[in-house]
Design a protein around this ligand. Structure first.
Ligand SMILES: Cc1cc2nc3c(=O)[nH]c(=O)nc-3n(C[C@H](O)[C@H](O)[C@H](O)COP(=O)(O)OP(=O)(O)OC[C@H]3O[C@@H](n4cnc5c(N)ncnc54)[C@H](O)[C@@H]3O)c2cc1C
Length: 323
């Protein structure tokens, strides 16, 4: 395969967990071959990026360090990625399937003539082809897909592969952004952050998600307290977002965020397929629902049939005792 380029998403000099999963997976897959993994990263300051990316198995790093990346504008990132592709001439480019990657993948594929396999949960690559498995129809089914070409893009759902350290001593080259925000036709005016979005949901190791069974401020405080015990993120079903108890940014599912934590609590969530599409990749699912026939129990590793207003306080008490 020759060179494989891995895009490492980052913020504030810290690499995203989903990208380290992808980097580590690719690095382990090519072990013992002549193939080379080149990581490219786009941020304002290097922070700990060089060290972390080396720990997870990159042979080379292209560091695009520029104030232009503070804006999180897709056009600036897309131009940087195209520059990295030109500089590396890879046969395969692998991304974590983040929101910004979803936005630009099609555009850079058209500009570079690449074939694309988006949002896969597993893949294997050979000379001139990639075969992958990807969830389709709101994750109801899996499809086996194949791409052929001299340049292939694959984006991988977070939580699909493991981030295991595989330390190397990569060489690093630093670049400026090839285009600046002023060169673009759109401008970023303001980033409006939900006041309670303290943990990045798509990167969180623990997510406590509320459904319509969480009916009031008392229930909301239980969700917050349980999440706080783990330093976890707070998610929500669309039904409870529509009651205005939780912000739209917390919505998980087909039309919300896709999460893949180690531990997912579903509190008062029925398990509609549109919700499950956003959380089925969680490593362990704990469901609390008063309806024993709720579909969420089909996906749960542990299920508690009961009123969440009774069960969650007991759970919180028990977790506190073991802390
Ligand atoms: C095109 C489309 C896209 C959609 N996208 C999304 C999406 O991205 N995300 C999403 O979540 N939904 C989405 N939906 C909506 C989805 O179909 C469901 O309506 C929604 O997920 C239901 O949310 P819920 O489970 O919280 O509510 P409900 O289905 O009403 O379930 C509430 C559950 O809480 C339980 N319960 C009630 N009180 C208690 C209590 N005191 N203790 C314990 N359990 C209790 C009930 O038994 C029930 O199972 C979409 C729908 C469409 C058509």
């Amino acid at each position: 395969m020759g060179k494989i380029l891995v895009h490492v998403g980052s913020q504030g000099g810290e690499a995203k967990r989903s990208s380290l999963e992808v980097l580590s997976h690719v690095s382990r897959k090519i072990a013992g071959s002549d193939d080379v993994v080149v990581a490219c990263v786009f941020d304002v300051n290097p922070g700990r990026l060089e060290q972390t990316i080396g720990e997870y198995g990159a042979d080379d790093i292209l560091m695009y360090m520029d104030p232009a990346y503070e804006s999180h504008l897709n056009g600036v990132l897309a131009a940087g990625l195209e520059d990295a592709i030109r500089a590396t001439a890879p046969s395969l480019v692998v991304f974590a399937s983040s929101e910004s990657v979803k936005d630009i993948l099609g555009a850079i594929a058209v500009n570079t003539g690449a074939a694309v396999l988006p949002d896969v949960v597993s893949f294997s690559a050979g000379s001139g082809f990639v075969e992958a498995v990807r969830p389709v129809m709101a994750a109801k089914s899996l499809a086996r897909v194949r791409a052929e070409g001299e340049l292939i893009f694959v984006s991988v759902r977070s939580g699909s592969v493991e981030a295991i350290k595989n330390p190397k001593n990569p060489g690093t080259t630093t670049f400026e952004a090839p285009i600046k925000p002023a060169d673009l036709k759109q401008q970023l005016k303001e980033i409006i952050k939900a006041a309670d979005e303290t943990v990045d949901l798509s990167e969180a190791r623990v997510v406590v998600a509320a459904g319509r069974g969480v009916k009031d401020e008392v229930g909301k405080r239980l969700v917050e307290e349980l999440a706080g015990l783990f330093g976890g993120g707070i998610g929500a079903s669309r039904a409870v977002v529509e009651t205005d108890l939780f912000p739209a940014t917390a919505q998980i599912g087909q039309t919300g965020k896709v999460v893949s934590p180690d531990l997912y609590f579903a509190l008062g969530i029925s398990g509609a397929i549109q919700h499950v599409a956003g959380m089925s990749n969680s490593r362990m699912i704990v469901a609390i629902n008063k309806d024993a026939d709720a579909p969420i129990f089909e996906y749960a590793d542990y299920g508690i049939v009961g009123d969440l207003y009774t069960v969650v306080p007991l759970l919180i008490e028990e977790i506190k005792r073991h802390k």
